[in-house]
Write a protein that binds this ligand. Structure first.
Ligand SMILES: [Zn+2]
Length: 400
């Protein structure tokens, strides 16, 4: 057996993979070189521990420990992919911590009566094919392969041309028999900084969605067309982005336009078309619906003034997820009373909980409070506290 690496060594091994020399951020998009390297690392880390790895037809990976007695299985893990120019911790921290926690379980002589799986879900961020948690959605059947294989990336490449997918209607059987999922993640906000705690437990995920705004106008000459004769979709977009920010601030929610496409994208032309993507999140389903409606109303009003047309398509909307209350309470008790907070970020954990698998989330303090950015960070001591908390949690679950 190859030498098993400890947490810090594993972390050092992953640090250069997919890292941009200019920004220091990470580009780990699914099925591109860096992410493939991480997948190979996952298999090596599993092999070094004598674990068998299963991969489903969508690219989700699980390394198994303990006898397959047919008894209920326990799953932990996270994802290896990143957003464009993302941080090191969002995703990989949960996967590396899973291996490190397993090492602790073995060191402590834990004898599992339930099989433990270490998971790496694919395309969690939706940074390549535009659907967040795509791998876990496919794994639980919340998204069909028929729909997913037609998704395209920015280069027009179909998902169905990148992976084969299932050969029949069976989909994925990877999560069969899984009765509990625990995901460890870096915190994506300031909650634990303010509470001065290294580790916490999430009790819920805010409802959130992605909405595509197609704003149509008329291409025209930037010099000869009088200002009052234009139908400029960029103006409608600009007003909509300001409206989104204002509506979210007024209601205490979140709204972001982080991506736009402009056609024809020329400096000396009034654009003909703007496509923009709104990411909106709110504390309740009703608050999200109200926020999205308020932004759409302001966009429509502005389009009338600009002589443009707005069409809004909800590309994905996830309702509120409340993690399993009994599991959460037992974790908090086992960990000696750690803070419990909701999160505004979506996770595979939310997809599994929605699919009826009781799920819990541990999260580790992020001293920058920043995520989806090269500035995301975590102290090694806090990461090790996270590994310890995960090991304690898993011990209780696999011995149950
Ligand atoms: Zn994540």
């Amino acid at each position: 057996m190859t030498q098993v690496a400890d947490f810090e060594q594993m972390w050092r091994d992953l640090a250069p993979v997919g890292r941009s020399a200019s920004s220091g951020g990470y580009f780990r998009q699914p099925w591109h070189a860096a992410e493939l390297e991480l997948r190979a690392w996952f298999r090596e880390a599993a092999a070094a521990r004598g674990l068998e790895v299963d991969e489903d037809p969508f690219g989700n990976l699980v390394a198994w420990w303990g006898p397959d007695t047919g008894a209920e299985k326990v799953l932990t893990g996270s994802h290896l992919d990143s957003v464009l120019d993302g941080g090191a911790y969002d995703g990989p921290l949960g996967v590396v911590s899973s291996f490190a926690a397993l090492d602790l379980l073995r060191e402590r002589g834990v004898v599992p009566t339930r099989r433990l799986g270490l998971a790496a879900f694919v395309e969690e961020e939706g940074s390549r094919f535009g659907r967040a948690c795509l791998g876990s959605r496919l794994a639980v059947g919340a998204t069909t392969w028929e729909a997913a294989r037609e998704l395209t990336d920015r280069d027009g490449v179909r998902l169905g041309d990148v992976i084969e997918g299932p050969t029949d209607d069976a989909g994925s059987t990877l999560l069969e028999g899984v009765v509990t999922y625990v995901e460890l993640h870096v915190e994506q906000g300031r909650g634990l900084i303010d509470l001065d705690a290294p580790v916490g437990v999430h009790d819920a995920i805010w409802p959130h969605g992605r909405y595509r705004y197609d704003i149509a106008g008329r291409a025209d000459h930037a010099g000869t067309t009088r200002m009052e004769d234009r139908a400029d979709p960029m103006l409608t977009y600009a007003m909509t982005a300001l409206a989104a920010n204002k509506q979210a601030r007024l209601s205490g929610q979140r709204a972001t336009f982080g991506r736009i496409d402009v056609r024809p994208n020329g400096t000396n032309a009034v654009p003909s078309h703007v496509t923009a993507w709104l990411d909106a999140r709110a504390e309740s389903d009703a608050a999200l619906a109200a926020l999205v409606a308020a932004i759409e109303k302001q966009a429509g009003d502005r389009a009338e003034r600009d002589g443009t047309r707005v069409a809004v398509t909800a590309e994905s909307v996830s309702g509120e997820v409340a993690f399993d209350a009994a599991l959460r309470d037992s974790l908090v008790q086992r960990l000696g009373g750690v803070p419990v907070l909701p999160t505004q970020a979506g996770h595979d954990a939310g997809i599994l909980q929605d699919a009826g698998i009781p799920t819990a989330m541990l999260f580790v303090r992020n001293p920058s409070g920043v995520s989806h950015s090269p500035y995301e960070s975590a102290e090694t001591a806090d990461c090790l506290a996270g590994v310890e908390a995960l090991a304690t949690t898993l011990t209780g679950l696999v011995e149950a």
